[in-house]
Design a protein around this ligand. Structure first.
Ligand SMILES: O=P(O)(O)OC[C@H]1O[C@H](OP(=O)(O)OP(=O)(O)O)[C@H](O)[C@@H]1O
Ligand SMILES: Nc1ncnc2[nH]cnc12
Length: 180
């Protein structure tokens, strides 16, 4: 019998040396195109939170939008896009962050979450945790309660899960790939 982790792992494509030499890129487009795997991934991401009241799901551009939108629908929550700089039209909060293969800035509308609202972060993958830690800081800056973060893929050797947990954000992941 296949576990969900092995089934999902088999649906994800690994591309060596993309986008830079030494990085093994974990490509979820193959999982997204596989109807059964996509449904199982979304169902498994949602499972720990079913029946709890989550006000908003926050997804990080771009892959976090695909999964986060589906998770928000399943939880009957609102959705908050955390975007790369320059894309949001209204009053924003912004933070600089680094990730496995670069540095960038991300932004969120200041009025996207009301103080005290319970928010879950959703993305496809956690590597160094730079993106998720930045998103947590943005959400906390506007008074949100970050109750959890969930990801399809964890790259445990890069330490992102531990960084988030050190900020008191519980982390839920479905499949691990060791090495980079
Ligand atoms: O844990 P970290 O080291 O921060 O890396 C993880 C982030 O990197 C990827 O996004 P990317 O910035 O490549 O954007 P994309 O979704 O637009 O491809 C991934 O979707 C996560 O958001
Ligand atoms: N190795 C990796 N594969 C896909 N997305 C990533 N984001 C950060 N590291 C990544």
């Amino acid at each position: 019998m296949h576990t969900i982790a092995s089934e999902l792992a088999a649906s994800i494509r690994s591309i060596p040396d993309y986008p830079k030499p030494g990085i093994v890129f974990r490509d979820i487009t193959t999982m997204l195109g596989n109807a059964k795997a996509f449904r199982r991934a979304v169902d498994a991401l949602v499972q720990p939170y079913a029946g709890t009241k989550i006000d908003k799901v926050a997804g990080m551009e771009a892959r976090g939008f695909i999964l986060g939108g589906a998770v928000a629908h399943q939880l009957s929550s609102g959705f908050v896009p955390i975007r790369k700089k320059g894309k949001l039209p209204h009053d924003i909060v912004r933070i600089a962050y680094s990730l496995e293969y670069g540095v960038d800035e991300m932004e969120m509308h200041r009025d996207a979450v009301n103080p005290g609202e319970k928010v879950i972060l959703v993305d496809d993958l956690i590597a160094t945790g730079g993106t998720a830690v930045g998103a947590t800081q943005l959400l906390r800056q506007i008074g949100a309660e970050v109750v959890a973060a969930c990801f399809v893929i964890d790259l445990p050797d890069l330490g992102g899960r531990k960084k988030l947990e050190a900020l008191n954000v519980p982390v839920h992941t479905l499949v691990e790939f060791s090495g980079h």
